[in-house]
Design a protein around this ligand. Structure first.
Ligand SMILES: Nc1ncnc2c1ncn2[C@@H]1O[C@H](COP(=O)(O)OP(=O)(O)OP(=O)(O)O)[C@@H](O)[C@H]1O
Ligand SMILES: Cc1ncc(C[n+]2csc(CCO)c2C)c(N)n1
Length: 254
C-alpha cells in the first residue's frame, strides 16, 4: 500500500470491513457506490460507540456518491450533501452495476486533477462474501478494466487480476499477507501457467473449472512470480492479527 500510487477507496453496499478505516486514511478520494453510503452512515457510530454519531460521521465524509441511487436513503443523501459530498445520479444506465459506474467515473472523468488513470489504485471494500450475483459482478469489474489497478479487499482476502500480457512479480508484505493464496482461471481455461514462490507451484500445467484450479495454496517466498496464457484471479489472505488490521481503528485520528 505504501508506494507511488494514488489510492481511491470505493465503498460498496455490503458489510464494511475493519480494514476500511486503515484504507480511508491512505485514500486521496473516497467514493460510495449508491447504498455504500448507507453502510458507511450506519456502521460508523458502531465502530466509534463513545463518539457523537454526527461528529464521527462528519469525520468520515465521502467525496462522492454515485450509482442509480435506488438504494441510497433520503436522510443519508441529505446528510452527506449537507457536508458537501457530490451525489451523481446515473439511473439512466440499468446495464452496468453501481460499482462499474463508480470505477468508470474515477478512471475516465478526471476526478483527481494531476492524477492519470495509470497512477491510480482503486481499493474496493464490501465486494466479497455477500450476494453471489453481486460478488460475480464485482469480480467482473476486474475483467472489465483489465489494464487498471483494482483491488477487492476485505478483512480476510485481497483479490486482483493478473493480465496474461505480463510476467507478474508480486511482492508479498508478509506482515499483512498470507499464508494462503489462490490462482483462479475464472471464465477461461488457462492452458499453461508457471509460478515460483508458492508451496505448490505450477509448471506449465493447465487450469480450468472442473479440473485443476489453485486454491488453498501457500506463500513460500516474499516474491511470487506468475506467467500464464490467460488472465488469472490472484487472491491472498490477510493476516487478522498483525499489520493493517491491528492499525485499522486504533490509529485513526479523530
Ligand atoms: N450483498 C452484496 N454483496 C456484494 N456486493 C454488493 C452487495 N450489495 C451491493 N453490492 C455492491 O454494492 C454496489 C451498490 O449496491 P446497491 O445495493 O446500492 O445497489 P443495487 O441496486 O443492489 O446494485 P446495482 O444497482 O449495482 O445492481 C453494487 O453495485 C455492488 O457492487
Ligand atoms: C442481461 C441483463 N441482466 C441483468 C440486467 C440488470 N442489471 C444489470 S446491472 C443493473 C444495475 C443497474 O444499477 C441491472 C438492473 C441487465 N440490464 N441485463
Amino acid at each position: 500500500m505504501d508506494d507511488d500510487h494514488v489510492n481511491i477507496l470505493v465503498v460498496l453496499n455490503y458489510q464494511i470491513p475493519l480494514i476500511t478505516f486503515f484504507l480511508w486514511k491512505k485514500a486521496a478520494l473516497r467514493v460510495c457506490a449508491d447504498g455504500g453510503a448507507n453502510q458507511l452512515y450506519d456502521c460508523i457510530p458502531h465502530f466509534y460507540p463513545h463518539e457523537d454519531p454526527t461528529r464521527i460521521r462528519t469525520k468520515f465524509k465521502p467525496d462522492l456518491i454515485k450509482g442509480d441511487l435506488d438504494s441510497l436513503r433520503p436522510e443519508v443523501k441529505a446528510f452527506y450533501q449537507g457536508l458537501g459530498t457530490c451525489v451523481l445520479d446515473a439511473s439512466y444506465d440499468q446495464d452496468t452495476t453501481d460499482l462499474h459506474k463508480c470505477v468508470s467515473h474515477v478512471l475516465n472523468d478526471n476526478v483527481l486533477s494531476d492524477c492519470k488513470p495509470n497512477q491510480m489504485r482503486i481499493l474496493v471494500v464490501g465486494a466479497l462474501g455477500g450476494r453471489l450475483d453481486h460478488e460475480f459482478g464485482n469480480l467482473n469489474i476486474l475483467y472489465s478494466f483489465p489494464n487498471s489497478r483494482i483491488i477487492l479487499i476485505n478483512d480476510e482476502s485481497m483479490v486482483f487480476l493478473l493480465s496474461k500480457e505480463f510476467i507478474h512479480r508480486i511482492h508479498i508484505n508478509r506482515v499483512n499477507e498470507g499464508p494462503y493464496c489462490g490462482l483462479i482461471p475464472l471464465g477461461n481455461q488457462a492452458k499453461s501457467t508457471t509460478t515460483t514462490g508458492l508451496r505448490w507451484n505450477l509448471e506449465g500445467q493447465s487450469m480450468e473449472f472442473g479440473g485443476l484450479i489453485s486454491v488453498c495454496n501457500q506463500l513460500q517466498s516474499d516474491d511470487v512470480t506468475v506467467m500464464s496464457d490467460t488472465d488469472l484471479i490472484w487472491t491472498v489472505t490477510i493476516d487478522k492479527v498483525k499489520g493493517w488490521l491491528k492499525e485499522s481503528i486504533a490509529t485513526t485520528e479523530l
